[in-house]
Structures are given as structure tokens and as C-alpha cells.
Design a protein around this ligand. Structure first.
Ligand code: PMP
Ligand code: GLN
Length: 379
């Protein structure tokens, strides 16, 4: 069979998790917490399953959950959104990203992506006949050079995908970034796909700059989030998309034939916790900032150079003082010989960067972080 994705192999997250299992390594590779979310959430899920919420959910999502998402969006970002026409619940952010891309990309369209970027964007663009145009973020802080983005736009550019807080670097957008993005989107008439799955994980007292705060951007954006990140339940795969009614209508045409609807009892349970314990997401920055600071302190005695982390739950390190192997080889060695799994940052790039960088996930129990750090001492 002639592959539609000849350049795609098995995703690096699966590859590294399998390698971690094989070597019984501490897995700081694939991004997922090794602790549970609120107990009330799991209790509610059980209850809704027992109470019989086991048939199809409404195609666009359980109304109570959409209502809670709309309330949260208005409270946090000052954007009133219509829960009926502008919010759609999806099977994780991954489905939402795919549905947004499929809804707008036509054969020959170009979509700007900012490298390093999450690995699902480009295959989704390609499967819909589009072409990803890669613009690299500027190291060491992974900031956007908006002039380069502007220069990369052509008459074929249909959309841009942005991600703040950023995976893998943890960089976050400022208000000035939103203004620059709005300027470019206006000049080139672009649709914005804003991947905000780490919206509740921003450190050092900084506010998350959602594109929903920016009225002009909000009018042309699909804003995508994931309850997996916020409620420590990545395995539930529940996410959502907020977009103006006209964009949401096109989005739903894809969603209804991609999955139709999403796991019903979890939607009811998530609506409960959103309504009853908003303190959970309000406390998330402090919770993860503490993990970031602990993990950085644990690595302080090694020759890893720690890059800054402003949000999300990943720490990029430069290992050039330890090895001159490429990042994949170094991750394989680290996993097999030191018993710690990480992700090679080149997996997020079209062209591997010159810098020697790997990514650790610090969404782990303190004992897990300590076990990894102990294995990394001496490097
Ligand atoms: N976007 C980014 C930047 C992510 O890190 C992830 C999770 N790894 C996703 C999207 C996908 O989220 P979900 O698990 O909800 O599909
Ligand atoms: N988003 C997670 C990460 O970046 C992994 C998601 C996945 O395994 N597909 O590590």
C-alpha cells in the first residue's frame, strides 16, 4: 500500500514509553501524571455509570458541561461564549485539533506551525491535503519571531497553529504576542488554531494569555483545551473546542463523523467538578510550580543545563556538556544505562536543532522525581 504518511512512524511517546518498560526505567518521557486527580471526580464518574449515563452523549457534548466551560471561559478570559453554538466537547484535544484542521484545510493550503511543535499537527494537515510550513521558535526561550512568521505567509496560507503554554518548552505567550498574532492574522486573513491544553499551568504569578482574551483573535480562532491535563486524567481523553458559531458549525460537521460524541459519564462527572470545585484549577499553578522548582533543584548538581520553564509540565535540558550523541541516541542510552526515560526534542522539529536538547516530564510524584534524579546524579 502506498502510504499517505510516508514520513510518519510510531509516535515518539509510544516509542519511549515502550523503551522505559523494557528497561524498567523511571518514565519522565511521555507526558502524563503518575498521581490521581480529585477523588470527587472518580466518585462522580462511578456514580454516573451506575445511574445509567451509558448511552450516547449529545453530539456536541453534555449541555451541563458545555455550560460550565462557557462560564469558566467568561470568568477567566472575559469572553462570553454561547454554550450551545460555540462550545463542542471532543475525545481529547487530539480529536479537536484534527477536527479543526479538517474543517478548514483544503488541498494545497498552507498552515504555519511553530517548531518545535506537538507531533499530531503536521500529519493532520497532510491528511487533509495541506502543507505544514515550519517556522522555528528562537532559542533559548522559545519565543516567536513574528517577523519570520509574517515572512512565511503566502497567498496560500490558510491558518496558523499556536500553542501556549508550549509543549515541549514551557514558553508562554505575552499580551504582545497576542497583538502580533492578531496583526498577522488580520493582514493575511488567517484562521488561528490555538492549542491551550496547558491553560491552567502557568507559573510565577503570570496570567495565561488565551487568545479568547483578545476579541479580534477570538473571532477567528478555534481554542482547544484538554481535561486530561487539568484533572490528571489523560486516559479519559476528554477535551473541547471553543470557536465562534460559524467556525463551530464547520467543526461539528467533522466531529459528528469522526467520533460523533464523547464518553458520556465522564462529561457529567467533569461538569460536577467544574461547578463544585473551581479551586482545583486555581491551585494548579502553585502545585506544578512546586514540582518544577523541586525537579530543577534536584538536577542542579548535574551537568544538564536547565532551560527556563514558564508553564506546562516539561523541563528541557541541554546535555551538551555530558555527551555529543544526537538526542535520540542519548535518550536511548539514558533509558538503557541510567534508567530514566526522556523525549528527544528533535521529535518536535522538522529539522533537528543544533542544540542538544531532551525533555523531562515533571508531572510526577515527588518520589518518582527523586528516583529519577538519583539515577541522574553523576552525569
Ligand atoms: N496538544 C498538546 C500541546 C499536548 O501536549 C497534548 C497532550 N500530549 C495534546 C495536544 C493532546 O491532548 P489530549 O490528550 O487531550 O488529546
Ligand atoms: N502530550 C503528551 C506529551 O507531550 C503525550 C501524548 C501522547 O502520548 N500522545 O508527552
Amino acid at each position: 500500500i502506498q502510504s499517505k504518511l510516508p514520513n510518519v512512524g510510531t509516535t515518539i511517546f509510544t516509542v519511549m514509553s515502550q523503551l522505559a518498560m523494557k528497561h524498567q526505567a523511571v518514565n519522565l518521557g511521555q507526558g502524563f501524571p503518575d498521581f490521581e486527580g480529585p477523588e470527587a471526580l472518580r466518585v462522580a464518574l462511578n456514580r454516573y455509570m451506575h445511574e445509567g449515563k451509558n448511552q450516547y452523549a449529545p453530539m456536541t457534548g453534555v449541555p451541563r458541561l458545555r455550560e460550565q466551560i462557557a462560564l469558566k471561559t467568561a470568568a477567566l478570559y472575559g469572553r462570553p461564549v454561547n454554550a450551545d453554538s460555540e462550545v463542542t466537547v471532543t475525545s481529547g484535544a487530539t480529536e479537536a485539533l484534527y477536527a479543526a484542521i479538517a474543517a478548514i484545510v483544503r488541498a494545497g493550503d498552507e498552515v504555519i506551525v511553530l517548531d518545535p511543535c506537538y507531533d499530531s499537527y503536521e500529519p493532520a494537515i497532510e491528511l487533509n491535503g495541506g502543507k505544514a510550513v515550519h517556522v522555528e521558535l528562537t532559542l533559548p526561550d522559545f519565543s516567536v519571531d513574528w517577523q519570520r512568521v509574517h515572512d512565511a505567509c503566502t497567498s496560500k496560507t490558510r491558518a496558523i497553529i499556536v500553542n501556549s503554554p508550549h509543549n515541549p518548552s514551557g514558553a508562554v505567550f505575552s499580551r504582545a504576542d497576542l497583538d502580533a498574532l492578531a496583526e498577522i492574522a488580520r493582514r493575511h486573513d488567517l484562521i488561528v488554531i490555538s492549542d491551550e491544553v496547558y491553560e491552567h499551568i502557568v507559573f510565577d504569578g503570570v496570567d495565561h494569555q488565551s487568545v479568547l482574551r483578545h476579541p479580534e483573535l477570538a473571532e477567528r480562532s478555534f481554542v482547544i483545551s484538554s481535561f486530561g491535563k487539568t484533572y490528571h486524567c489523560t486516559g479519559w481523553k476528554i477535551g473541547y473546542c471553543v470557536a465562534p458559531a460559524a467556525l463551530s458549525a464547520e467543526f461539528r460537521k467533522v466531529h459528528q463523523y469522526l467520533t460523533f460524541c464523547t464518553f458520556n459519564p465522564a462529561q457529567w462527572a467533569l461538569a460536577d467538578v467544574l461547578e463544585q470545585m473551581p479551586e482545583h484549577y486555581r491551585e494548579l499553578p502553585a502545585f506544578y510550580q512546586d514540582k518544577r522548582d523541586q525537579f530543577r533543584a534536584m538536577l542542579a548538581g548535574t551537568r544538564f543545563k536547565l532551560l527556563p520553564v514558564a508553564g506546562a509540565y516539561f523541563q528541557i535540558v541541554d546535555y551538551s556538556d555530558i555527551s555529543d550523541q544526537d538526542d535520540r541516541a542519548f535518550c536511548e542510552w539514558l533509558c538503557a544505562e541510567k534508567g530514566v526515560a526522556a523525549i528527544p526534542v528533535s521529535a518536535f522539529y522538522q529539522r533537528a536543532p543544533e542544540a542538544r536538547l531532551i525533555r523531562f516530564c515533571f508531572a510526577k510524584n515527588d518520589v518518582t522525581l527523586q528516583a529519577a534524579a538519583t539515577r541522574l546524579q553523576g552525569l
